[in-house]
Design a protein around this ligand. Structure first.
Ligand code: FES
Length: 102
């Protein structure tokens, strides 16, 4: 696993939301309250952008059909849709990012 830095920790205020497209990755880094999440930027159902998706209690809700996906596991809450990619948030020094396989 390697650390992919995305932003400075100081920039992540409550409500922070930013999309990153880096090589084949397309993900959103978000902060809600004290929690920081990193998840795929596109809904696995019908590829709706999740840029403005609602996050409530560790679940992100797609704005098109309101499917909820766990930001811990990526699993669809109702269990009949594919999972949303979720990433391990990691910190190094004053930077925040994700751990990726390559
Ligand atoms: S496109 Fe996201 S729930 Fe249908």
């Amino acid at each position: 696993m390697r650390f992919l830095a995305l932003d400075k920790l100081i920039n992540l205020e409550d409500g922070y939301r930013r999309r990153f497209k880096i090589d084949s990755l397309d993900l959103i880094l978000a902060k809600e309250g004290v929690e920081i999440f990193a998840f795929g930027a596109v809904c696995p159902h019908q590829e709706q952008s999740l840029d403005d998706a609602l996050i409530e209690e560790d679940v992100v809700y797609c704005p098109r059909h309101n499917f909820g996906f766990s930001l811990r596991s990526g699993a669809h809450v109702e269990g009949f849709c594919s999972a949303l990619p979720v990433y391990v948030v990691h910190y190094e020094g004053n930077e925040v990012g994700v751990l990726i396989d390559r």
